[in-house]
Each structure stands twice: as structure tokens, then as C-alpha cells.
Design a protein around this ligand. Structure first.
Ligand code: RNT
Ligand code: ZN
Length: 413
């Protein structure tokens, strides 16, 4: 259903709101499985640590594969548009088999493939899990000076490449394999270079395994610091950007991983000048990399604008990365994912060519005037029309979540 009033309001600025509703639905958003269980994972390898912190104790954490699937299925039913599922290796379905992460095989993820197919998802993305494991010694994995430890994690990375290839083949869609490691140190290091050289060597070794580059897109995710790893991060921004450029892989930008006055919205176009693909972890850091739920806020909108107005919806691989255990986890998933798509719709509803033209003709007064006028267009009405067109609940979606909390989550004790 479309409303003439909203259509006209946008047409006055040369924007086709009907086309925007169709286009926004086709942009894939990769939704992280780990919001559902506080990043605990299913392989029971070890407790969370390594700079990752989840706070809160809301009822109903998914405790096993069945519960996690049930929650994902329900959450996804409230999230409109093309969706992908983002898995971590720690979500392997081992069925009691005694196998460590260096030897995980594609079949350990076959049940996830079946689930993703059942849900009609666009694809599955994957992450080796270099945390929550006894072989994370002194907070070091791929940069460890202990050769046995380093090799173990290299093998994990190699195993994950094969799994990623399998996921891509099964889903008939690329698989983004993102590498993030927590390696670093709490206090001032005596040597900042050697660990980075070891990380470089480890990445080279992982990537030396032949894999189908058309199917698997490997990304590296940098970080500035973490709690307990305040003074030095081996996988820093400069390290990974240079590694990615020289090795023809991809950078993943997590907007919680920079100094607070740095903006990922500004980094996206900087990388698009050099890379065919740029991957994102959209999150919300509050004072630090706190992974709060994504809001419909200025930076989320600005990120979406950089994707849309640079015609980069095929180049920027959008993924979400937040985990809040202090509120209903389903609601957290839904709010964040809907907000990302809202921001994309907002960007699609802007007269982007006209705005660029005003910039290029140095017409900065009109640029500001127009940008401010656009802010009060009936965006909410278009968003609701879009939800309706997809048969996804409108502003009353939370009623369903409350019922699910009562009927399902509250019983998990
Ligand atoms: C950590 C990174 C990383 C993780 C997930 C679970 O700071 O953002 O992406 O959050 O892999
Ligand atoms: Zn991240």
C-alpha cells in the first residue's frame, strides 16, 4: 500500500519513494548469531574473556542450538529485508565429538546450513573464533611467541577457510570470513614490532591454503584497544589496512574500534577509493567498544548514506555486531537490525545527486538549507508502508516480543 501524501512529499524533491522501498529490501544485512546467547557459543571450549565483555543478566539467554535457532527464527520474522546469518566457529555443532578448533570441519556447520535454507536466507558469513578457548594463552593467538599456540590458531584459521568455502557453496552466495583476534597487552609493551611480524606470518600461513576467492571474501578487523588490553593491540588499523592492501583481501571496519572522534562513515569512502569490497560491523560504542544496540542515530544514518550515495550496496558488506544482555535479547536484535535498514531507507530517500551538485558548485548555503528541509519529510510513513509491504509487524512488534518472553524466555530457568 502506498500513500499519495508521502509519495508527493518526496516527489517534490525529485525522490521516488516507491523505488526506495523496493531497493532497501534487497540490501543484505548480515545478522550476528551471538546477540542471542551473549557470545557464549556452542562448543563449550571456554569462558568469554580476551577483551570481550557482555554485561547484564536478563532472563532467557539461548542455552543451546535449539533455543538459539528458535530465537533467531522469531527475531528474523520481525526484521524486514534480505538477511544473512553471521556465525562464529564457536557455534559448531559437535554432537559430542572430541575435536578441537584446529580440526573443525564443514559438517559441523551443516545443521546451520539447513536452518539458513529453511529461513530462506541470502547467505552465511563466518568468523574464526580466537577467544573463549584454553589455547588463548596470555591473551595471544596468531601473534603468540609460543610456536605450538601460534600454529594451533593458524590451523584454526585454515580450517575456517574450508568451512567458509563450504558455506558459500551450500548457500550459493559469497561468505565473508572475518578475522578478529584479541591479541595485545594490558601494559606498555617492550616490543611492538615482533608480535606484528608474527601475526603477519600467521595470516600468510592461513591464506596459503588454496580457497575459492570468488566465494570466500577474507576480511581483517582492527581494533584500538579493549578492557584488559589497554596499552597495545597487535592487529591495529594501520597493520591490517596495509596487510589487506598488499594481500588483496578486505578490511572490516567496526565502528566501536576507533577513537571516539574518528568516524567509520568517513572511512568507508576512503577505502572505496582503493578496495572493491569493504566490510562493516555496525555497532554502538558508548565511551568505549561497549557494543550497545544500534540506534537510528546520526552515525548510523551517515554510514548508510556513504553506502547508498556511492552506489556501493554491492561493495559494502553490512554486518551487525552488538550484544546486550541487560535487555530482552530478541528486542535488542530487532531494534538494531531494523535501525540499520531504516538508515538505509533514509539514505535512499535523499536527493543524493542534487546534494552532490550543490557541493560541487560550492552552494553551501543551499546544501545546508536542503539538508535541513529533508529532515522533516514524512520518513516514518514510508518506513511503515515498507514494513506493511513486507508483512512485517509495524510499531506494535514489541507486543509479540513480550508474549514470546512470557511463553518461551521466562521458562528458561
Ligand atoms: C570484538 C570484535 C569482534 C567480536 C565478534 C564476536 O571487539 O568486534 O568482531 O565482537 O567477533
Ligand atoms: Zn566487530
Amino acid at each position: 500500500m502506498s500513500c499519495e501524501f508521502t509519495q508527493k512529499a518526496y516527489a517534490a524533491y525529485g525522490v521516488d519513494s516507491e523505488a526506495a522501498k523496493k531497493a532497501v529490501n534487497e540490501i543484505p544485512i548480515s545478522i550476528h548469531c551471538w546477540q542471542g546467547d551473549d557470545v557464549v557459543g556452542l562448543d563449550q571450549a571456554g569462558a568469554l574473556g580476551d577483551g570481550l565483555q557482555v554485561t547484564g543478566n536478563y532472563i532467557g539467554r539461548a542455552r543451546n542450538f535449539e533455543e538459539l535457532k528458535q530465537d533467531i527464527k522469531f527475531a528474523f520474522s520481525l526484521i524486514p529485508g534480505k538477511k544473512r546469518l553471521n556465525l562464529h566457529a564457536s557455534y559448531a555443532i559437535l554432537n559430542g565429538e572430541k575435536v578441537d578448533r584446529d580440526a573443525y570441519r564443514p559438517e559441523h556447520f551443516a545443521p546451520w546450513v539447513a536452518f539458513a535454507k529453511e529461513l530462506g536466507l541470502d547467505g552465511i558469513d563466518f568468523n574464526p573464533t580466537f577467544f573463549s578457548h584454553p589455547k588463548m594463552k596470555n591473551g595471544l593467538s596468531l601473534s603468540s611467541p609460543d610456536e605450538d599456540i601460534r600454529k594451533f590458531w593458524v590451523k584454526h584459521g585454515q580450517a575456517c577457510l574450508k568451512i567458509s568455502e563450504y558455506l558459500a557453496k551450500e548457500m550459493n552466495s559469497h561468505c565473508l570470513m572475518n578475522i578478529w583476534i584479541p591479541d595485545g597487552s594490558k601494559d606498555i609493551p617492550a616490543d611492538r614490532l615482533t608480535p606484528r611480524l608474527r601475526l603477519k606470518k600467521s595470516l600468510d600461513e592461513i591464506l596459503s591454503v588454496p580457497y575459492d576467492k570468488n566465494k570466500v571474501i577474507v576480511a581483517v578487523e582492527s581494533k584500538v584497544f579493549a578492557v584488559g588490553i589497554e596499552s597495545y593491540t597487535v592487529g591495529s588499523n594501520e597493520f591490517y589496512q596495509n596487510y589487506a592492501a598488499k594481500n588483496n583481501i578486505c578490511c572490516l571496519l567496526d565502528n566501536g574500534h576507533y577513537h571516539p572522534t574518528e568516524y567509520v562513515s568517513d572511512k568507508i569512502p576512503a577505502l572505496l577509493a582503493f578496495y572493491d569490497k569493504v566490510a562493516l560491523h555496525v555497532t554502538r560504542g558508548v565511551r568505549w567498544d561497549s557494543d550497545h544496540v544500534v540506534l537510528y542515530d546520526d552515525e548510523t544514518k551517515e554510514i548508510a548514506k556513504e553506502i547508498v550515495r556511492n552506489n556501493a550496496t554491492d561493495k559494502v558488506l553490512i554486518g551487525l555486531d552488538y550484544f546486550d544482555a541487560s535487555i530482552n535479547r530478541i528486542a535488542a536484535w530487532v531494534v538494531g537490525a531494523r535501525n540499520m535498514r531504516k538508515a538505509l531507507l533514509n539514505a535512499l530517500l535523499l536527493p543524493n545527486d542534487k546534494l552532490k551538485e550543490l557541493q560541487d558548485s560550492s552552494n553551501f548555503t543551499e546544501l545546508m538549507v536542503l539538508n535541513e528541509e529533508l529532515k522533516t519529510l514524512p520518513f516514518g510513513a514510508v518506513w511503515r508502508e515498507y514494513l506493511e509491504s513486507q508483512n512485517v509487524a509495524g510499531s506494535d512488534w514489541y507486543e509479540q516480543v513480550k508474549k514470546y518472553e512470557q511463553d518461551v524466555l521466562a521458562k528458561r530457568v
